[in-house]
Design a protein around this ligand. Sequence first.
Ligand code: UDP
Ligand code: MG
Length: 311
Amino acid sequence: MKLSLVVPCYNEAENICAFHDAVAEAFSNCGYDYELVFIDDGSRDATLFNLKKLYNRTTTPMKIISFSRNFGKEAAIYAGLEHAAGDYITLIDADLQQRPEIVRDMVAYLDENPDFDMVAAYQDRRGEGKVLSFFKKAFYSIINKLSNVNLQKDASDFRTFRRSVAESILSIHEYHRFSKGIFAWVGYKTHYLPYTACKRAAGSSKWSFRKLTNYAIDGIIGFSTRPLRLATYLGSLTALAALLYLIVVVLQKLIVGIDVPGFATIIVLILLLGGMQLFCIGIIGEYVGRTFEQSKNRPIYLAKETLGCDE
Ligand code: UDP
Ligand code: MG
């Protein structure tokens, strides 16, 4: 098998057929064989039903992995990689925002450039709102400063890579999967290709601003321990400031002889220190929480049903 298309689907009932047809059209007379690996990520609509219908009518080799509940796109990608049989593997969304024609270019690029292992599409952001654009920019600059990995700006999950890359990704068993970071972490020589995301064919995006924020925090915490150091710095700085202030107070008392009117100062200091301590405990808590969840060693996903998979 030359190519596996891994397609995470969460409530994509209306898009399944259109997606399949678009792929079939894009890959007609491509000259190599490919398979479709669909992951139904605990959809609540007719996604699984439609996938099964498609399974019975299509001539393209096809696999379905259906999760017992919604585990998230990252888990779906993991399951897809586990079941993909192709020499090349493509991650692509089911909503046709990412055109399958581009995948052919990616495959062609890998064929022509044996020294490259991965082709990743990055999004032309010209059509995007200013506010979101600003936050995304801020996110990339923060995470690139804080962590050891270097994230390519706007690079998406839409990418094609060789089997070796897939195996490297599968060897990462972490529970909190932040795929942008994982791709950067595994390395490999990557070619970046610009693309313009189309409008969603049907349904709505699963990303809200709140979800994006949480995702960003997950990314930063998952790939850097620098925020912990921030707590150390913050603590040392406050201690130093307190010491200086102590000296000032003592001098005032001894030399000038004034009683320090302490009420307001105390309130302010208590609030400041309390806030800072809670902030630092919060940062530590983020890491402890993740350690806890990872130490439970739970599986990344649970499949309740598979179709077309060998085992
Ligand atoms: N998706 C998924 N599980 C989720 C959320 C999304 O498998 O919990 C899939 C979704 O069906 C789609 C892809 O991930 O195929 C991208 O999701 P979406 O289109 O909502 O994201 P956007 O394109 O807006 O970034
Ligand atoms: Mg989408």
